[in-house]
Design a protein around this ligand. Structure first.
Ligand code: PLP
Length: 832
């Protein structure tokens, strides 16, 4: 293909001049009439939103073509990011900020008496993820685009994303999230880009013309994967990164068979069965449910993505599959896409007729795997019988990978049968395939997501692998994009920072260091605190509207927002709130610092304990918020339906960031980074990235409490007894007794008995009781510091100034250098 000739034939058009208000107005009116089909005189805010989205999409598309032409022309190595989840947040304001045309667009809309913010509010959050893992994928795409790394994202276009949550009678109620109901103007459907994905059937082995053994996978049931593209473009002169999401469609001939028999209803039924594949996201974070549909989803998305990757590769490198590891790298976001490893083997062996050794060498050198959790219940395994039935050829390949791998292991560790058992891809006793072991063996690099996590991965989860593969395990600490989590979510603070030190931090977060010198500047710190106050007012308005709780004006906003999970210890926080409540009641004239304690987060629908914790928070809120003794000094709010858009309001409006997981359980956390970037101080354990945050901000600027990961392990090894703490600490005992005996739920006194029994009789797996006293004392230190607003401001400003390390730009540079071996593109010429 000769790209220069085509360039002449199809030059990319000149962009709209966004500095010319009249031109922008004309473009808006034209788009609304010609594309949306609505008369601007009567358009609703939603129709304005769709109009703006289409107008912007045109520009993104143009940037996409510049980027694609450039990449093909230069034959650059590409990164493919495979993730079952993405949480990109609303698109419209992001793209306006990236293109730096927000003021121009606002002005043009004002001429039509339209308000840009109201229009942005019309957009639904694409809820294609559970939590941190999905948000990380979105931050990474933004950083890849901004920094010019040639990347692609692949995922699933779930018709029903993460459920939306309401709180009814204090309890979580899940609702279907039909986010596509009114269409998605940001996506482009690629009807011509479809691939069959096969399931079931059986494998036949035969000798081909050359006498080599071949396998054929036959009698399969097929589903069609259809591509939907969403363009991610970076800030300023960034490039375009395509996020390609697969939607399942039934195969046509499949329907026809039934039609011919005159069985219309069954034909439609089969059609809906195959289309359920991309219907719904499993709403589980860190705990997994081994359902067949989930396995099918994983293979569906992996198979379509690899076919697409091979097609693109072969367009430019016909007949040279050996070049694959030189030209592409595939990053697996957790083990969810780990079937890509046997799938690539299958393609190379069965379709492209490579030898096993060649195929394995290519495969291993193409993949890299990111681990996201140490919790044993979250390490994915699949029943062999299920894999055998759905993916018989892959099961054969996995057995052979395992056989050859264990042979090698045996040579290195002769006579160590236990080691062999632990390293095997197959758990013989439970008859399951271990996806993490498969991902480690089939990848050239394995990374954890924070220093501590990466170390514990090597020491606790994969010690044998670490010895066997000396250079395979590396660390890449997570990060967040400052474009979303400061520039977009906190415009007043972004503006103050720009005034003080310029705008280079937007693409180079280390530049925030220049703020250090302002930490004690009286006028800067006054404006900084005024901005925090404004953000808290905005936050309070949302809280009042969403859950009817009136935050206490001027109080400390203490914020604990993330998925609800026992290891994240929302229960420890609410126990502390109860203790605070008791202190206030025991001593009404005490001047305990007023606090508004804010929670938000979803529980997996079947997670009994997490749902109880949500209810307890709401029941405690009900009592505390209405008690005349305490209501002016303590308020508790549970904000329903935590998602990116609510995070964008809750985080700038927080004083204190709760990051209190049991040490050794949170892989990294990214919420912790977002808060500190917005000037909240952290109260946290030495877990995940908290450790590195402390290193950066200095230990005098963070509140650390509780056991370390090593102490947790030692305490468990000694035989941890939660009763010791219950018996020794009267305040803790009073709190637990109240919760257990129904103080917060007199209509059903036993409601929280299981929660407390889980702590006392149940062994307190996450060691809340061991950390309770230290947490209480540290919360007192928080109160003391907050009374000194000047000192608090100084520490908050220093937190912002020292967040440079936690940009996802830094994470992406590290991946690019240490794992991907890809280089930055110089941005192609854009029209703006
Ligand atoms: C950042 C983020 C998360 C991750 O939060 P953690 O505190 O790191 O668990 C989850 N959900 C949303 C919506 C987020 O923005």
């Amino acid at each position: 293909m000769n790209h220069e000739i085509r360039e002449e034939l199809f030059p990319l058009s000149k962009c709209l001049d966004f500095d010319n208000v009249e031109d922008v107005k004309t473009a808006l009116v034209n788009t609304m009439i010609r594309v949306v089909g609505v008369d601007p005189q009567i358009a609703s805010p939603r129709e304005w939103y769709v109009t703006l989205a289409y107008l912007m999409r045109g520009h993104l598309s143009e940037r996409g073509m510049h980027t694609a032409r450039d990449q093909y022309g230069k034959d650059l190595k590409r990164v493919y990011y495979l993730s079952m989840e993405y949480l990109p947040g609303r698109r419209l304001m992001k793209h306006l900020l990236d293109m730096r045309i927000e003021p121009q667009m606002r002005a043009a809309l004002a001429c039509f008496k339209q308000d840009l913010d109201e229009i942005c509010e019309q957009e639904k959050d694409p809820a294609l993820g559970n939590g941190g893992l999905g948000r990380l994928a979105a931050c990474f795409l933004d950083s890849m685009a901004t920094q010019g790394y040639p990347g692609y994202g692949y995922g699933i276009r779930y018709e029903f994303g993460m459920f939306s949550q309401t709180i009814e009678n204090g309890q979580q109620v899940e609702h279907a999230e039909n986010w596509l109901q009114e269409g998605n103007p940001w996506e482009v459907v690629r009807h011509e880009i479809t691939y069959p994905v096969r399931f079931g059937g059986r494998v036949v082995h035969f000798n081909d013309e050359l006498g080599t053994e071949s396998a054929r996978w036959i009698e399969t049931t097929d589903v069609i994967a259809e591509a939907y593209d969403i363009m991610e473009t970076g800030y300023g002169d960034g490039i375009a990164v395509t996020l390609r999401l697969w939607s399942a469609r039934s195969t046509q001939d499949f329907d026809l068979r039934y039609f011919n028999e005159g069985n219309y209803i069954d034909a439609v039924k089969e059609k809906t069965v195959s289309e359920t594949l991309s219907k719904v996201l499993y709403p589980m974070d860190t705990t997994l449910m081994g359902q067949e549909l989930r396995l099918k989803q994983e293979y569906f998305f992996v198979s379509a993505s690899l076919q697409d990757i091979f097609r693109r590769f072969r367009k430019t490198h016909p007949g040279s599959l050996r070049l694959l590891p030189e030209k592409i790298v595939i990053q697996l976001n957790d083990t969810h896409p780990a079937l890509a490893i046997p799938e690539m083997m299958r393609l190379l062996l069965d379709e492209h007729k490579l030898s096993w050794d060649e195929a394995w060498c290519i495969t291993r050198n193409t993949f890299a795997y990111t681990n996201h959790t140490l919790l044993p219940e979250a390490l994915e395994t699949w029943p062999i019988s299920m894999m055998q039935a759905l993916l018989p050829r892959h099961m054969e390949i996995i057995y052979k990978i395992n056989h050859l791998f264990l042979q090698e292991v045996r040579r290195t560790f002769p006579g160590d049968g236990d080691k062999l058992k632990r390293m095997s891809l197959i758990d013989d006793e439970r008859q399951r395939v271990r996806m993490a072991n498969l991902a480690v063996v089939g990848s050239s690099r394995v990374n954890g997501v924070a220093e501590l996590h990466s170390r514990l991965l090597r020491e606790r989860v994969f010690p044998e692998f670490d010895v066997f593969y000396p250079n395979k395990f590396v660390n890449v600490t997570n990060g967040v994009t400052q474009r979303r989590w400061l520039l977009q979510s906190n415009p007043p603070l972004a503006e103050l920072i720009c005034e003080a030190i310029g705008d280079a931090w937007i693409t180079d977060l280390n530049r925030l260091r220049d703020l250090e010198s302002m930490a004690e500047d009286a006028s800067f710190s006054k404006r900084f605190m005024e901005i925090k106050d404004q953000a808290k007012k905005r936050n309070a308005a949302m809280i009042a509207q969403r859950c009817g709780v009136a935050a206490i004006p001027g109080s400390l906003f203490d914020t604990h927002i993330k998925r609800i999970h026992e290891y994240k210890r929302q229960l420890l926080n609410i126990l502390q709130v109860v203790a605070r409540y008791n202190r206030l009641r025991a001593n009404p004239s005490s001047d305990l610092l007023p606090r508004t304690v804010i929670f938000a987060g979803k529980s997996a629908p079947g997670y009994f304990m997490a749902k109880k914790i949500i209810r307890l928070i709401n029941d405690v809120a009900e009592i505390v918020n209405h008690d005349p003794i305490t209501r002016d000094s303590l308020k508790v709010a549970f904000v329903p339906n935590y998602n990116i858009s609510t995070a964008e309001i809750l985080i700038p409006g927080a004083d204190l960031s709760e990051q209190i997981s049991t040490a050794g359980t949170e892989a990294s956390g990214t919420g912790n980074m977002k808060f500190a970037l917005n000037g909240a101080l952290t109260i946290g354990t030495l877990d995940g990235a908290n450790i590195e945050i402390r290193e950066e901000v200095g230990e005098e600027n963070i509140f650390i409490f509780g056991l370390t990961a090593a102490e947790v392990a030692a305490r468990k090894a000694q035989g941890y007894n939660p009763w010791d703490y219950y018996n020794a600490d009267p305040e803790l005992r009073q709190v637990l007794d109240m919760v257990r005996d129904g103080f917060f739920c007199c209509e059903e006194p036993d409601r929280y008995r299981p929660l407390v029994e889980n702590l006392l009789q149940g062994g307190d797996a996450f060691m809340l009781l061991a950390d309770f006293r230290s947490y209480m004392e540290t919360q007192e230190n928080v109160d003391t510091l907050y009374r000194d607003q000047k000192l608090w401001a100084k520490k908050a400003i220093l937190n912002v100034a020292r967040m440079g390390k936690f940009s996802s730009d830094r994470s992406i540079h590290t991946y690019a250098q240490d794992i991907w071996d890809v280089t930055q593109m110089t941005p192609p010429p854009h029209c703006k």
